[in-house]
Ligand binder design. Structure first.
Ligand code: SF4
Length: 181
């Protein structure tokens, strides 16, 4: 048998086929081949909005790849988008609400109902304290500048729609999204 270098030059000069395989890699099956279904989605990380194919097995996300059908990205993902499976399955993903009290130095874990009640109480109180009904010369304002929203790029279109509607209904005038900045 010819030495490995000669075999590669003869059979697989680019090193993309047989030369790159081992006995172990030949036994492996990609997660994309064993998924139950594929769902088209959009990378949540930035405003480019690259198309993604999300591979699902047993109702769990197992792999995310670029979507060749996307006119935006044509199958490509940057390193962040390529790693977005970790956004779902990564061990450092937070599953509990973290709260740091004013002047606190440690994070506390809160249950979701408690956190939502705290947020609602503060929104109501701030709105009442900072409400501006009209200008000094009597023109209507009906607004508060007491709170604002800065959304993240991981919000999807529907979430952004609902957030904008909710904050405008509350009288907030400062509503922005990181993806637009
Ligand atoms: S793959 Fe990269 S460039 Fe594309 S939307 Fe995601 S973060 Fe933005």
């Amino acid at each position: 048998m010819a030495p490995p270098l000669l075999r590669q030059l003869r059979d697989d000069p680019l090193g993309l086929g047989r030369a790159a395989r081992s006995k172990r890699s030949e036994r492996l099956t990609p997660r994309t081949a064993t998924a139950d279904r594929v769902v088209q989605s959009i990378c949540p990380y930035c405003a480019v909005g690259c198309g993604q194919k999300v591979y699902v097995k047993d109702e769990k996300v197992v792999q995310i790849e670029g979507d060749p059908d996307s006119p935006i990205s044509r199958g490509r993902l940057c390193p962040k988008g390529s790693a977005s499976e970790q956004l779902v399955n990564g061990p450092s993903r937070e599953h509990k609400v973290k709260y740091r009290r004013p002047h606190g130095t440690e994070w506390e874990e809160l249950d979701l109902d408690t956190a939502m009640d705290m947020i609602a109480d503060r929104v109501i109180a701030t709105r009442a304290e900072t409400w501006e009904q009209e200008t000094d010369d009597g023109r209507p304002l009906n607004r508060t500048r007491g709170f604002a929203l800065l959304g993240g790029a991981t919000l999807d279109t529907e979430e952004n729609y609902l957030i904008k509607k909710s904050f405008t209904a509350l009288g907030a005038v400062s509503v922005e999204n990181q993806a637009r900045i």
